[in-house]
Design a protein around this ligand. Structure first.
Ligand code: NI
Length: 201
């Protein structure tokens, strides 16, 4: 599925309203030094579409910072707000492994039509992995926590991570790009791992 089709789906007034409520009310403000729980498949909240951030409020900043701590603690290379039950369009990427970059209202414009195989996992699908086709390169745009515009060229792994995280904001998981057969294999694996994780808890 491509980005354009997602964008075209948006814009219905009543739908926007309920999603805005999701954005504001779904997550109580955690205290500092908290690690947020990353929701895992098949949690229905992962299917919700996040709303555009119109004003960067204290809670946007607060949750974004806690998402950074969460991503570091989980050792991931990307995290989207919907994965922690927050309904504003915020993603983090940490391909370099240094300081995660926060992008509010992110968008990705691919260059050309080159697509590559991207082997992906996801914190919301523990133990699951599959090859997904992603645009090789493009421009990412968005806003930083300092309200400055972000725009830069990305390719390869970084481009794949951005596409994966923006998918999350549209309620799309990487398994949604797979054939039913491959999707079922990943889901079976995830269920098995989740069961094992719960047993050792
Ligand atoms: Ni993910």
């Amino acid at each position: 599925m491509d980005e354009t089709s997602f964008r075209n789906k948006r814009g219905i007034e009543s739908e926007q309203q309920s999603k805005r409520e999701f954005g504001k009310s779904e997550l109580p403000l955690p205290s500092p030094n908290t690690i947020l729980e990353v929701l895992t498949f098949p949690n229905k909240k992962l299917k919700q579409e996040a709303v555009l951030v119109e004003n960067i409020t204290d809670s946007t900043i607060h949750i974004s910072n806690i998402m950074i701590d969460t991503l570091k603690a989980m050792g991931g290379i990307g995290l989207a707000s919907t994965q922690v039950g927050w309904g504003e369009r915020v993603i983090l990427t940490n391909v370099s492994g240094n300081d995660p970059l926060i992008i509010i209202n992110p968008s990705f414009e691919p260059f050309g039509k080159i697509k590559v195989d991207s082997k992906e996992g996801c914190l919301s699908l523990p133990g699951g992995m599959a090859v997904v086709s992603r645009h090789y390169e493009g421009t990412v745009k968005g806003i930083g926590l300092d309200e400055k515009e972000i725009e830069f060229y990305i390719n390869d792994l970084e481009a794949a991570v951005i596409q994966h995280e923006i998918d999350h904001l549209n309620g799309v998981l990487f398994i949604d790009h797979l054939s039913k057969l491959k999707r079922d294999i990943v889901i079976k694996k995830v269920k098995k791992i989740k069961k094992r994780m719960e047993a050792t808890r």
